[in-house]
Design a protein around this ligand. Structure first.
Ligand SMILES: CCCCCCCC/C=C\CCCCCCCC(=O)NCC(=O)O
Ligand SMILES: [Zn+2]
Ligand SMILES: [Zn+2]
Length: 512
C-alpha cells in the first residue's frame, strides 16, 4: 500500500515537473520571439519652410485663448459671453481661414463651431479634427504658480486652465490650417474642424448638435481625431522610450443619483438609522466592493503587447505572456488609480448632500456616483452589480446620465487610418513607440459614432506621471516645445491626409 502511494506521488511529481518545464519553455520562447508591432519612423523630408515655429505671435494667440474663461459648470450652465468672445477672437486671429472661399463656418447649437474646408477631390470622404472650446472650473486657485486664466509663460511652460484640456488642440489645428492656406494650399480631401462648447458637461448642446447637422447633410466621415491620450514619458513601467498612446476606444459612463428619504425630526430623539446613515452605508458598500477587474479582456492587453519587445526583461516576459500572467498584471494594475482605471469599471463618489441645521435630523440624503464603464462591460451590467451590492430598498437609485463604452476603432497594420496617424506621430516624435489604448475619460466623440467607424483620441503633448494631477487640477500647463509640436502634428496630419491612404509598406488599399 505504502509502495503504491510512493509510486503515485513520484509519478505526480514528475508530471508536475514536466508541466512546469513546458510552461517555462513556452514563456521563454514567447519572450524571445514575440513579434514587434513597431515600425520605423518615415524618412524626414522636413525643411525650414515646412515647420511652424512657436513664435511670438502664435504664443500670444495661444495665451489670449487661455485668458478667455470659457468655463462649463453643469449641463446647460456655462459661460455664454466668454464663448461668444472666444468665437470672435478666433475669427479675428485667423483671417486667412475666415477669408478663404474654401472655408465654410457654421455656428452650431449657439456657440459650437463647425468649419468645412473644401477639398479639391470630391470623391474622397471628408475627415474631421475635433476639440472643444470649454474648460472645467478652477479650484484651489491659491496653489497655482501663475493665475489660472493668465496663460503666463514661466520656465518654458504656458500655465492656465485649458492648456492641455484642450485649447492646445483647438488652437494648434487652426494654426496648422492657417499656415497651409496662407501658402495657397488647397487640401485634396475635405476637412472638418469641429469645436464643441460643452464637452466638459457631456456635449449635449454642442457635439450632439454638430453630429445632427452632419447627419442631416448626409456626411460619412473617413476618420475622426479628437483630444485624447498623450505621449507618455514614464507612464508605462518597463519602457524607457516615450510611448504615444492612441485611444482607439473609450470607456462608457453612468452617473447615478442615490437618494434616501426617511422621517426627520428633533435631533434629541433620533431613531437608530437616519437618511444620512442609510445612504452612507450604501456608499461605503459601493466603495468597498469594486467592480470586477477586467484586465486582459480588451485593448489594454494589446497596449502592452504592442510595446512588449521594447520593454526591459521582466516586463517583456509578462507582456508577451499575458495568456499566463494576465491575473498578475491585473493585480498590479489595481494598485494605482491611473492603471486601476484601465482594469475595471471605476466608482467615484462625487457629491454628497444632506442636512440643513445642526439640531435637525435630515429627512433626505442624496449622493452622486460617477462610474466609468470598462469597454468590455455595459450600462446594464454596472447597474445590476450596484443594486446587488447596495441591497437596500430604502436607497432610491436613479440613472442621471449614461453612455455605453465606445465601439473599438480599427487599429494595427490592417488599418490605413491608424497607420497614417502612427506615421504622423513618428514625424513629430521619431523616438516614440506607438500603441493602442482606450480613454478612461470621455470625449465629444461619444456623439460621433454614427458618423465614422474610425474614431481616434490623441493629444500630441508629453505627459509624465506627475503631470496626471494637472488634468482638471492645479497648475495645468503645456511646454512651449510641446505646443510647437502640437501645431506641427496637425500640419503633418493635414498634409498626410492628402496622400493616398494606401501604403505600399503595409499593403493596404484606400477604399475611398
Ligand atoms: C499603464 C498606463 C497607461 C496610461 C495610458 C494613458 C494615460 C492617460 C493619461 C491621460 C489621459 C488624458 C485624457 C484627458 C482627456 C480629458 C477629457 C475629459 O476631461 N472629459 C470629460 C470627462 O471625462 O468627464
Ligand atoms: Zn477635454
Ligand atoms: Zn476635461
Amino acid at each position: 500500500m505504502a509502495r503504491g502511494i510512493r509510486y503515485f506521488l513520484s509519478v505526480t511529481l514528475k508530471l508536475l515537473a514536466v508541466m512546469l518545464a513546458s510552461v517555462l519553455m513556452i514563456v521563454v520562447t514567447r519572450t524571445a520571439t514575440f513579434p514587434s508591432y513597431q515600425t520605423s519612423p518615415p524618412a524626414c523630408e522636413e525643411s525650414d519652410d515646412d515647420f511652424i515655429p512657436a513664435d511670438k505671435e502664435r504664443l500670444a494667440r495661444f495665451t489670449s485663448a487661455i485668458q478667455l474663461q470659457t468655463v462649463s459648470y453643469e449641463r446647460g450652465v456655462g459661460t455664454p459671453q466668454e464663448l461668444v468672445k472666444f468665437s470672435q477672437f478666433i475669427q479675428e486671429s485667423f483671417p486667412t481661414i475666415h477669408g478663404s472661399p474654401m472655408v465654410r463656418r457654421d455656428v452650431v447649437g449657439n456657440y459650437s463651431l463647425l468649419y468645412r474646408v473644401e477639398g479639391s477631390d470630391a470623391s474622397l470622404q471628408p475627415y474631421m479634427l475635433a476639440s472643444h472650446l470649454d474648460v472645467v472650473p478652477v479650484a484651489e486657485e491659491a496653489k497655482w504658480v501663475a493665475p489660472p486664466f493668465s496663460g503666463e509663460l514661466k520656465d518654458g511652460y504656458i500655465y492656465g486652465r485649458g492648456t492641455i484640456d484642450a485649447k492646445h488642440s483647438l488652437m494648434g489645428s487652426l494654426e496648422a490650417l492657417q499656415f497651409l492656406l496662407s501658402r495657397g494650399h488647397q487640401p485634396k480631401r475635405t476637412l472638418y474642424l469641429a469645436f464643441g462648447h460643452d464637452e466638459e458637461t457631456q456635449g449635449h448642446f454642442g457635439a450632439k448638435v454638430i453630429s445632427e447637422v452632419l447627419t442631416q447633410r448626409g456626411e460619412k466621415i473617413k476618420f475622426i481625431l479628437d483630444e485624447g491620450t498623450p505621449v507618455g514619458d514614464g507612464l508605462l513601467p518597463g519602457v524607457s522610450k516615450p510611448v504615444a498612446f492612441i485611444g482607439v476606444a473609450e470607456k462608457g459612463f453612468m452617473t447615478l443619483h442615490l437618494e434616501v428619504n426617511e422621517e426627520g425630526g428633533h435631533a434629541s430623539m433620533p431613531k437608530p438609522e437616519s437618511a444620512i446613515g442609510i445612504l452612507s452605508k450604501a456608499i461605503s458598500k459601493l466603495e468597498n466592493n469594486p467592480h470586477p477587474n477586467m484586465f486582459g479582456t480588451g485593448v489594454e492587453a494589446r497596449m502592452l503587447e504592442y510595446v512588449a519587445t521594447e520593454m526591459t526583461l521582466p516586463y517583456r516576459m509578462l507582456s508577451s505572456n499575458l495568456w499566463l500572467f494576465s491575473p498578475l498584471v491585473a493585480w498590479v494594475y489595481s494598485k494605482k488609480p491611473q492603471t486601476n482605471a484601465m482594469a475595471r469599471t471605476t466608482t467615484a463618489l462625487t457629491r454628497f448632500n444632506a442636512g440643513v441645521k445642526d439640531n435637525v435630523i435630515s429627512p433626505e440624503a442624496v449622493a452622486v456616483i460617477d462610474h466609468r464603464i470598462h469597454p468590455m462591460s455595459s450600462v446594464e451590467e454596472v447597474m445590476e452589480f450596484d443594486l446587488k451590492v447596495i441591497n437596500d430598498p430604502r436607497v432610491n437609485v436613479k440613472v442621471k446620465n449614461s453612455r455605453p463604452p465606445a465601439p473599438i476603432s480599427p487599429y494595427g497594420k490592417d488599418s490605413p487610418t491608424y497607420m497614417m496617424l502612427q506615421e504622423t506621430i513618428q514625424q513629430i516624435y521619431p523616438d516614440a513607440l506607438v500603441t493602442p489604448t482606450f480613454m478612461v475619460a470621455t470625449t465629444d466623440t461619444g456623439h460621433y459614432w454614427n458618423l465614422s467607424n474610425a474614431i481616434y483620441r490623441f493629444s500630441p503633448y508629453v505627459m509624465t506621471p506627475s503631470d496626471l494631477a494637472r488634468l482638471h487640477g492645479v497648475n495645468e500647463r503645456i511646454s512651449v516645445k510641446d505646443y510647437e509640436r502640437v501645431m506641427n502634428f496637425y500640419y503633418h496630419l493635414i498634409v498626410n491626409m492628402d496622400k493616398p491612404l494606401e501604403t505600399k509598406r503595409h499593403g493596404h488599399e484606400d477604399e475611398l
